[in-house]
Design a binder for this molecule. Structure first.
Ligand code: FAD
Length: 375
């Protein structure tokens, strides 16, 4: 019993932590309220960007650099190349700003990168309105991750190490006694006992852990999948890397499923929670915003006609840093949530750190910024 761990939540964080715990010799049982991957979860999408650029915040650049070999190793071990590295492109509208800081930090960390002048942007990415940009910053180690495939593969690796996965098992309450969690109870009234517990419930954290009043906000994020109306070949991943125009709050991904590419806003949307709207919802306001973004920056896309919406939920803290800590009132309960719309790329590193914290009391990664009591 002492050796057993229950992980609640089979998104990328629960899956990564489950694998690391299994590697450290723990008997892991992962419970998820739905299928894994769950299409309503933040990890239940096709693609997530993998970028190493974080403006001035070198802490995240360093974490991305540490996560990269772990991703590559996971791809090798699962024989599934879910990390695709055709680079990541940050496009600057102003001379001095976010991208300048990114460049400085990449250089300081000797991460290979290239500054693209207007002529380079025109030559490499003829669909872009190069006059709208001051310059571009391309780092070749960046790219994108096939998100659901990554979750499935990582869980597969955990299962090979003996982890058990129980789908359609919604945890509804925690059974505590003498300063510890003894078990969790599911919606069918079943009791699941273990020596320790990790809660990685994504956007459902406020509901499941309501007694803890976690300082997080869940927001509804709209995304559009659209088919480029012209020159489709140009939008394939080999020619068109994932990109971000941070000053406008937009990012995009190349054509991937059935000839559709993705465009989304990184700024926080309105409050919401999974299931409160149809996950294919799109709003006229968001569609208009996307068209005006394209008109200025990628004009040939502005007249798109074939598209579909996709709604996803950010689980954000006020400062954008994550929550990875012990639960304050019990000796054997841990939480990882609040990944604030940018956690996916770090998952193997964070899963490993969480497992180290749970098993050995501390982790190689400094989790100081992710402490619950910082608020
Ligand atoms: C629109 C959007 C775009 C994003 N883009 C990027 C990006 O480009 N790059 C990047 O690095 N990050 C990105 N992110 C962030 C990243 O996707 C998330 O940080 C990450 O997926 C969070 O994973 P998670 O495991 O914490 O949560 P989730 O993936 O939401 O998983 C939580 C799991 O817990 C289960 N669960 C919940 N409650 C219970 C319960 N009571 N009992 C049992 N199971 C339960 C759920 O079914 C679910 O499977 C984006 C997020 C969104 C929403």
């Amino acid at each position: 019993m002492k050796n057993s761990v229950i992980v609640v939540g089979g998104g990328i964080m629960g899956a990564s932590a489950a694998l690391s715990l299994a590697r450290l010799g723990r008997q892991v049982t992962l419970l998820d309220r739905g299928e894994v991957p769950n299409r309503q979860a933040a990890s239940g999408d096709q693609l997530r960007t993998f970028r190493m650029t974080y403006g001035k915040d070198a802490f995240y650049t360093e974490m991305a650099a540490k996560a990269l070999p772990l991703w590559l190793d996971l791809c090798t071990q699962s024989s599934d190349k879910f990390l695709v590295q055709h680079g990541f492109l940050d496009l600057a509208v102003q001379a001095h700003g976010y991208e300048e800081h990114c460049l400085q930090v990449l250089k300081e960390h000797r991460i290979p990168c290239q500054v693209l002048q207007k002529e380079d942007i025109r030559r490499h990415y003829p669909m872009m309105n190069s006059r709208a940009f001051r310059y571009g910053l391309l780092h070749k180690d960046g790219g994108m991750i096939w998100a659901m495939r990554a979750v499935s593969s990582i869980l597969g690796l955990a299962q090979r190490r003996g982890a058990k996965v129980r789908t359609h098992t919604q945890v509804v309450s925690l059974v505590k006694a003498q300063g510890a969690i003894k078990a969790v109870k599911d919606s069918a009234g079943r009791i699941h006992e273990a020596g320790s517990f990790l809660f990685a419930p994504g956007a459902w954290a406020p509901e499941l852990l309501k007694g803890y009043r976690l300082p997080i906000q869940v927001t509804r994020q709209h995304q559009l999948y659209l088919r480029p109306p012209f020159n489709r070949g140009r939008y394939r991943q080999e020619h068109f890397p994932p990109f971000s125009v941070a000053s406008q709050g937009f990012y995009g991904l190349p054509m991937h499923i059935h000839g559709f590419m993705k465009i989304a806003e990184s700024r926080k949307g309105p409050p919401g929670k999974p299931g409160d709207v149809d996950d294919r919802e799109t709003t006229p306001q968001f569609e208009r915003k996307v068209r005006s973004f394209f008109k200025r920056f990628v004009p040939e896309l502005a007249g798109f006609t074939e598209y579909e919406g996709h709604v996803c939920y950010y689980t954000s803290t006020k400062d954008g840093d994550f929550i990875m800590d012990r639960l304050p009132d019990v000796s054997n309960g841990f939480v990882m949530t609040g990944f604030s719309g940018h956690g996916f790329k770090f998952a193997p590193l964070l899963g490993q750190a969480m497992a180290q914290l749970m098993v050995g009391g501390k982790s190689d990664l400094n989790l100081h910024r992710f402490r619950l009591n910082r608020f």
